[in-house]
Design a binder for this molecule. Sequence first.
Ligand code: AMP
Length: 414
Amino acid sequence: MITSLRGFRDILPPESDIFARVEAAAREVFGLYGYQELRIPTLEQKELFVKSTGDTTDIVEKEMYAFTDGGGREIANRPEGTPGVVRAYIEHNLGQTGRNAKFFYIGSMFRAERPQAGRYREFEQIGAEHIGNPAPAADAETISMLVRLLEKAGVEGCSVVINSLGCAECRKAYREILLSFLRTHAGTLCEPCKGRIERNPLRALDCKIDGPKLAQEAPKLALCPACVEHFDGTQRLLGAAGIKYEVNPNLVRGLDYYTRTVFEVRSTALGSQDAVAGGGRYDDLIRSMGGPAAPAIGWAMGVDRLAMLLKDKAVIDTAPKAFVIAAAKEAGDKAFEVMTSLRAAGISADFSNFALSLKSQMRSADKSGASFALLIGEDELKAGTVAIKPLKVKGEQFTVAAADAPAKLKELMR
Ligand code: AMP
């Protein structure tokens, strides 16, 4: 037997319904905030991620599904969405359309991480990117949109953590201070950190092993006045939007391109993989990728983790309203016709196998969770009628003209 790959999973009903519900809630909220969908490819040139996400980050260094294709090209499955959006923005001059460059995407991301609960090798992200607005209002808007989306999807009990990583200027000074600290403490660092501190000292702060200790001991970043003003403005507007948040100076986030505001949404209900969504500002990325100087901010949210949080919530009712039964051999064609007319009228309808016994078809009707069974036997066939039997509520079976069945059911469903 061929099974699915480790870390890759089938999303079965009813979990697939939760995914659909979260996606629908997201589309609705994105509409309210002026976001348009961008469908980016799952495969890109590997270099895109190396250059944007950063070659010292875990997801590029260790977790990328990268390969050389038949034409000798270096290809990678996208581990995150932002690089593809940025590439598309530059490639199609999306800053020139006259509209706000606000985009969302929904789709699979791929990372060869060690699988565990809430961590898969293919997982779905819903992400948002707002390009071209440097103001704190963009930061406050994107964070509050994320919170509203989670509320809309029915997720409760999440907390928002924010921090500012400063701009290139404040980071330049801090890099030197941090680097000299890390050099003197190199003996206590994990092997990967030892190897990368010279290339990217900030990464050590986000390391799963060294990060917590460094958060206590390492010198802290001092923001320049412009970054202080930006961060204050963001917090003021978050307050105005009624968003509760906590400032955590140790929130670093593992990607290279972040500047200024970074944030994460967490849920204690998730256990060790507690991040539901994360994001931040990336004011220098687009220019560094060969595009115009366009400041930007975005986030990505993990739908698999949301589905874990929502799995005990009322499951969506996918039972058909009507279950159509042929109670006589010759009635099958008519039953099929009635079923077609129900669907055309917007009533969900299903059937099992018109050739089976009445008893067996009735059993299927009960199992389906349908509200009504519609039976067509010899008598009904002759009279051009349908017998309607309520399955979920008490009530007698009654007969209507076959042509009136959709209208009658609609009346009963009201
Ligand atoms: P990141 O791009 O790492 O900030 O991830 C953003 C969100 O995607 C996280 O908060 C998670 O909800 C989700 N996520 C990241 N990696 C995984 C994974 N391997 N499996 C499932 N969800 C993930």
